[in-house]
Design a protein around this ligand. Structure first.
Ligand code: UDX
Length: 437
């Protein structure tokens, strides 16, 4: 079945929905995207975006004539048969995914219509089956997203794999979705709906596990005098292990890993299984964010009244997203110790103003470092590699740097007069290992 020039409906124009809409338009399809927030729809219709994602603005501009934004579900249902559901599923107080937005969308559908519901939102395994039971006439396909913030457009257009879950009776709908992704290449995984849902949760949980694992290895490296960069390099060359997601640091953050690991743990628990490994993965990550405090205290003693610069606030570079960012825990802990954090981030400052109202925000990295008694590199923004560290050392009250991402050249920093601490980096490390991913 050809889906050439198919009009595609996208429901929920958050980060996933907007990238999905822009990329399908780039592939030549007409896209009608709906969101319930009128201001968002008006801004997008004027060509303004509210998220920072490399290449996204350009795609939206280039394909503006194929993209329509609306608040009206009826318009989407009239124009499109394939409906990509991209609403968010934030955690509830119990840690389970909040499916109320998904449910609202499902309630708006015409139970007798001939639409195909394509679930991109991350949902607990079993959700598709439950929706299918409620709407037996509707075709249902699970098509989880694996986009990374900061490279989402490239990830969409060059996927490692495309997972399509369709149960018996919905094979034609699954084939329609597979056709849409066909021009992008990438291994096609066709499976049942529940397995597709599990692939998404298990993939994120595994990546989080890999990072927590290497972070624990880094902590042991500190005890025994090994260098985690060398250890990662040596491990990663084993094809069974692979080099990516083996960069030690001050913990993973973002909108997905935290939420999805907890949701998977709860999903298992709700069905009577205690997912022990995942509990440790989550706990290791929480502790990892706090280890920086110990490193600072080792050099400074009490942190009370000390000005500490935080370089970077976003949960990773090339995004202004601060959801679950390590900076939030770190700033809170510093304030708890009586320190006076001052932070700089090239683009997340706007969001930081709301999330960290008591933290001073500096207009540049050097301004943040001015007079500071220590600095912590929290996010590996490329511009931090370009800082004149000699000048920085002169400006700081004490040139002490904790490199939370093992991003800087330790020898260069020491030569510039810094006391340098990385994460799991041996003091005599010759070169700064570059980030594997
Ligand atoms: C993740 C998944 O990678 C993606 O497939 C899914 O669709 C959404 O969740 P994202 O949250 O955008 O993507 O970020 P990712 O690049 O995976 O990084 C997550 C966190 O792990 C970041 O805080 C990053 O700094 C950290 N990280 C990553 C490490 O600490 N070490 C690494 O080696 C890699």
């Amino acid at each position: 079945m050809s889906t050439e020039r198919e009009t595609i409906g996208v429901i929920g124009v958050g980060w996933v929905g907007l990238v999905t809409a822009a990329c399908f338009a780039e592939l030549g399809h007409r896209v009608i995207a709906r969101d319930i927030v009128p201001e968002k729809v008006e801004a997008l219709s004027r060509g303004e975006t509210m998220i920072h994602e490399p290449g996204l603005d350009e795609l939206l501009r280039k394909n503006a004539d194929r993209l329509t934004f609306t608040t009206e579900m009826g318009e989407v249902l009239d124009a499109a048969s394939l409906l990509f559901v991209c609403v968010d599923t934030p955690p509830t107080h119990s840690g389970d995914d909040d499916l109320s937005r998904v449910r609202t969308v499902v309630d708006e559908l015409d139970a007798d219509g001939d639409h195909v519901l394509v679930m991109k939102s991350t949902v607990p395994a079993g959700t598709g089956n439950a929706i299918r039971r409620d709407l037996p006439n509707l075709a249902y396909v699970s098509c989880p997203e694996f986009l990374k913030e900061g490279s989402a457009v490239a990830d969409f257009l060059h996927p490692d794999r495309v997972v399509i879950g369709a149960d018996p009776g919905d094979e034609a709908a699954g084939a329609m979705v597979a056709d849409l992704y066909e021009p992008l290449g990438g291994e096609l995984v066709q499976t049942d709906v529940t397995s597709a849902e599990m692939i998404k949760l298990a993939s994120n949980a595994f990546l989080a596990t890999k990072i927590s694992f290497i972070n624990e290895i880094a902590n042991v490296c500190e005890e025994v005098g090994a260098d985690v960069g060398e250890v990662s390099r040596g491990m990663g060359l084993d094809e069974r292990i692979g080099p990516r997601f083996l960069s030690a640091g001050i913990g993973w953050g973002g909108s997905c890993f935290g939420k999805d690991t907890i949701a998977l743990k709860k999903l298992a628990g709700n069905s009577g299984y205690h997912f022990q490994l995942l509990s440790a993965v989550i706990e290791v990550n929480e502790l990892q964010k706090r280890r920086v405090i110990g490193k600072l205290k080792k050099h400074l003693g009490s942190l009370a009244g000390r000005r500490i610069a935080l370089l970077g606030l976003a949960f990773k570079p090339e995004t202004d997203d601060m959801r679950d960012a390590s900076s939030l825990v770190l700033a809170g802990r510093l304030e708890g110790e009586g320190a006076e954090p001052v932070a700089y981030d090239p683009i997340a400052a706007g969001r930081a103003r709301q999330l960290l109202p008591t933290v001073e925000l500096a207009p540049s990295a050097l301004d943040a470092l001015d007079g500071a008694e220590a600095a912590v590199l929290v996010t590996e923004w490329p511009e931090f590699a370009e800082i004149d560290w000699r000048e920085a050392a002169g400006r700081m009250a004490r040139p002490l740097l904790v490199d939370g991402r093992n991003f800087l050249d330790a020898d260069e920093l020491r030569a510039a007069g810094f006391e340098y601490e990385g994460i799991g980096r041996a003091v005599s490390a010759a070169a700064a290992p570059s980030r594997a991913d």
